[in-house]
Design a protein around this ligand. Structure first.
Ligand code: AMP
Ligand code: MN
Ligand code: MN
Ligand code: MN
Length: 293
């Protein structure tokens, strides 16, 4: 008898979001409950450079009756800019992956102190101490936490405005940082049994030549997927990267990149379907899914 594959391209998979373990505002348990309530059928928590929330996310998914894939989002420096690589379905106990992530996180505190010094020069004092109450994980102070502090102090109306005016390249609170290498990030994920995916490709300020190099080098290092449907893509961008997925023979992923009920435009589970021409990354990860009991 034919058993239908439950992992079709129409599955409500949401394989990208953040908890208090990085720069989200909800605990992993609250995210699992929210994903379930929103109709998510396969979920992954993908905190920045950190897998400290994986056990909690997996256990909460089990309790909620939600299928789960391990996840993370690694910060990478490529062509002088920051690119994010999502890892899915890896063994969260893999020591090389854990060491690589710890190394990638290192330096965030010093960077944050430099960001605060830059902000002090334009009259915003005490930003390091001010950001700390927003930080859930002392190893993961991010620009998002500074943005929340500046909103709280009334410097800006919302976090997007903070990024535009203070935290992006050329602005007073921006500090260039060297993250992981592309090849290292892809290898850490792959060697731990997972699949590496280029996150929200439309967000990067790369020339067409640099973007081609990103996809080519990513594949050469063993990368296998790309986010086609994400909270950061317009419909036109989703179409563009569906074509890129076909061109580079990459698996397609889908994820909201949800951070917070009050900040994120796209909620968990409320994304367009993957185009039918795509091969979903979750088909290649069927044996890595942790099914609820
Ligand atoms: P970091 O890893 O400290 O450089 O912070 C990166 C995070 O900042 C991203 O993962 C987003 O959550 C957030 N971010 C980046 N750009 C923006 C933006 N324009 N508006 C709001 N949040 C942003
Ligand atoms: Mn983030
Ligand atoms: Mn990202
Ligand atoms: Mn993200």
């Amino acid at each position: 008898m034919h058993t239908p594959n439950p992992l079709t391209h129409l599955l409500n998979a949401d394989l990208h979001c953040h908890s208090t373990v990085s720069d989200g505002t909800l605990e992993p348990e609250a995210l699992a409950a929210r994903a379930k309530a929103n109709g998510v059928e396969l979920w992954a928590l993908t905190d920045h450079d950190e897998i400290g929330g994986q056990r909690r996310a997996r256990d909460a998914a089990q309790r909620a009756g939600l299928a789960y894939l391990s996840g993370c989002e690694i910060s990478v420096t490529f062509a002088g800019t920051t690119v994010h690589i999502v890892g899915l379905g890896f063994d969260a106990d893999d020591s090389a992956l854990r060491d690589g992530l710890a190394k990638t996180r290192g330096g965030r505190e010093e960077r944050a102190r430099e960001m605060a010094a830059g902000l002090a020069q334009v009259g915003i004092h005490g930003a390091f101490e001010g950001a700390l109450p927003f930080v859930g994980n002392p190893e993961l102070i991010s620009r998002t936490h500074f943005a929340r502090f500046l909103v709280e102090r009334g410097h800006c109306a919302d976090t997007s405005e903070v990024f535009r005016r203070y935290l992006t390249e050329g602005k007073p609170g921006f500090v260039p940082h060297r993250w992981a290498g592309l090849g290292d990030a892809v290898r850490w994920i792959t060697a731990a049994g997972g699949i590496a995916v280029i996150a929200h490709p439309a967000r990067y300020k790369l020339t067409p030549t640099e973007e081609y190099a990103l996809f080519s080098e990513f594949k050469a290092h063993g990368g296998r997927g790309v986010e086609v449907i994400t909270g950061s893509h317009s419909a036109a961008e989703a179409l563009k990267y569906a074509a890129t997925a076909l061109e580079f023979e990459l698996l397609a992923s889908r994820g909201s990149d949800f951070h917070s009920p009050s900040e994120s435009r796209i909620d968990l589970g409320s994304l367009p379907d993957l185009p039918a021409s795509m091969t979903p990354v979750w088909q290649a990860l069927a044996d890595r899914v942790q099914w609820p009991a």
